[in-house]
Structure formats: C-alpha cells, structure tokens
Design a protein around this ligand. Structure first.
Ligand SMILES: [Zn+2]
Length: 339
C-alpha cells in the first residue's frame, strides 16, 4: 500500500511518525502543504491509496480530496483540549464527519490521551502512550483500507412512505424512536444506525444516510433495487451505508423481511453472539460478511452484536417477540460508546 503523508508548512508534526511509517508501509510520499490545491492534485495523480494528514492542515481538508477520489483512505490527525473523554470523542467525531475521514487519530492535550475515532462512531485507542497508539492506528489502517464498496447509482426523486412497510416494522421503529434509540451525537444532525424492509428478492425500502431517523415517519425512506450486483437508489437521499449488509442478510434469509441496526449497548448477561467491528469499516462488503457470519438464531429472530458498535437484528413481520427481545438484550436509552 502506498501512503501519502501531508504536513504543514512548518513541517512540524509531533511526535515524528516518519520512522514508524517507513517500517509499516511500502512507499511513503511526503507532501508539504504550502499550496493546498496543488497538494491535492499531486496526491490524486500519484498512486497513493492511503492519505495521512497530520495536525495543522485544515486547508488541506477544505479541498475535500475524497470528493473526487472516494476510494482514497483518509486518516487525519486532530488535537483537542477537552475536559472529558466524552467531549474529546464528540469533538473529533465532528471533525471526522465534517472532513469525511476514514479514521481520526486524536490527541487530547489535557488528558494526554490518544483516541482513534471511526465513522461508525466508535472509540478505539485510549492509551497515553504514543507508540502504542500509533501501532494500533497503523494496524487499523492496514485492516480497513482496501475493503470493497459498491458504488450506488443514485436517482434523486421523492421519498417512499414508511406507510408502505408492514405494521410490525412500523411498530418496532416507533418503539425505538420513543425509547431514544436513535441519538444524534456527531454534531451534524444525523442519527447513526439503519433499518430496512424487503419488498421482493431484489428490492427493499431502506433508511437514508445524512438523515435523522427520528423523522422517518414524516420524511420516508429510499427504495433500493439490486440487479446483477449493481445498487440503484431512488429517493431524496442515498440509502444508509449499511444497505450493503442489509442486502446480504435479505439474500441469505429469504423468509425474513425486516432489519434494524442501532448504536445501543448490549446488556450485561445477554447471550447474543458478539463479533468485532474493529477490522472493518461500516458499509464495506467485508463488514456485511462479518455481520452475517456473526448472526445466530434466537427463537426466530436472527441477531449479532458488533462490538463497540451495536446490534444487527433480523425478524419477520409475523414475529411477535421482537420488542421483548430488544428489551431483554439492549439498553436502548444509551449510546454504545458509553460501554
Ligand atoms: Zn452502525
């Protein structure tokens, strides 16, 4: 994997990561950020697949390099000065979402602690040791870069009403919303998690990205049609990033029609099968296969718990135990990162 590292004009990034990078990656190009537009152009023209942007390079982020190079794996360094771990996380999560990063390596000067923040709103790292933290970061970059994503053909139009889904599906969503399961915390007004209902073998109604799921009864959903592996989405917004996972599950379990995924913690004592999310970015084919591999049957409900992330649950509109199942296994009032 070829890596481009961006440093600011002063050429300062502390501590020096150059030696660590050379050990871990095949080829490393260093770009000094004196002309941000040129810098983005040069990296785009290079064969770098991973871009690591060190602190003090806000000008670089304003160029939105992933806008024209969506396959680039973008890692950014962030420095904050926050009193609590929660504020540290929220500040760097907003930075990640604003700049469309794949990972953020964040140092809190007050706590002298490093966190690694992911797009699925999880926290890794947590050590005060730079060496330990940077090794963990590089392992995650290696795992998470080069994963497989389906590009969607998006056809903007009206949304599809949730009234077109089953009564059970709507009851469960209403219940989740009333419990506070869909919480906004990335500073952009969007809620994590996703949900969908099957229409037939090749299409389903899916929740939307960059949406507040609490408004789904007013705003509606997107229609996703999958033909020969090509995803086409109709609606006001693109389907949730999790639609890849949703389709894998719908394909594997043709008798099941409903899927929900939230970012709520599992209760102590729950026996739901857990799998690690750490090596996989949400939305990748590999993440979908990992989720599918973790699913087990619980009296007619299929479920797995993605560690530090949240549950993925599949059920039939005819099943009457889904609300009890949610109550028995998850704390729907809390965000996963708390646990
Ligand atoms: Zn998620």
């Amino acid at each position: 994997m070829e890596v481009a590292i961006v440093i600011n004009e002063e050429g300062e990034f502390s501590p020096d990561i150059g030696s660590y990078l050379n050990e871990e990656f095949g080829s490393v190009g260093v770009y000094v950020l004196n002309d941000p537009e040129r810098c983005v152009r040069e990296i785009s023209a290079s064969s770098a697949e991973i871009v690591i942007v060190t602190e003090g390079c806000e000008e670089f982020h304003r160029q939105d390099i992933r806008g024209s190079n969506p396959n680039l794996f973008l890692v950014a360094f962030d420095i904050v000065s926050e009193k609590s771990k929660e504020k540290h996380f929220l500040s760097s999560l907003k930075f990640l979402k604003d700049n469309r990063c794949n990972l953020v390596f964040s140092f809190n000067t007050r706590a002298n602690r490093y966190l690694i923040i992911t797009p699925e709103e999880s926290i890794y790292g947590g050590s005060k040791s730079f060496e330990k933290s940077i090794s963990e970061l590089f392992k995650m970059i290696k795992d998470r870069s080069g994963l497989t994503y389906d590009r969607t053909n998006f056809i903007p139009g009206s949304n599809f009403s949730i009234a077109d889904t089953s009564e059970k599906f709507r009851t469960v969503l209403e219940y989740l919303i009333n419990q506070g399961a869909y919480q906004i915390n990335n500073g952009n007004g969007f809620t994590p998690g996703h949900f969908c209902q099957r229409i037939n073998d090749y299409s389903f109604l899916s929740s939307q990205r960059k949406a507040n799921h609490n408004n789904v009864f007013k705003e509606g959903m997107s229609l996703v049609v999958v033909r020969d592996g090509q995803f086409t989405c109709f609606g006001k917004r693109k389907q949730s990033v999790g639609a890849r996972s949703q389709f894998l599950m719908l394909e594997k379990y043709p008798d099941y029609d409903c899927i929900i995924h939230t970012h709520n913690p599992i209760l102590k004592g729950s026996e739901i099968n857990k799998v690690s999310q750490k090596p996989f970015q949400c939305g990748s084919l590999e993440c979908g296969l990992n989720t599918l591999g973790g699913m087990r049957d619980y009296n007619g409900i299929k479920a797995t718990y993605l560690k530090k992330h949240g549950p993925n649950i599949m059920f039939k509109s005819s099943h009457n135990g889904i609300i009890n199942f949610l109550e028995d296994n998850f704390d729907l009032t809390k965000k996963t990162w708390n646990r």
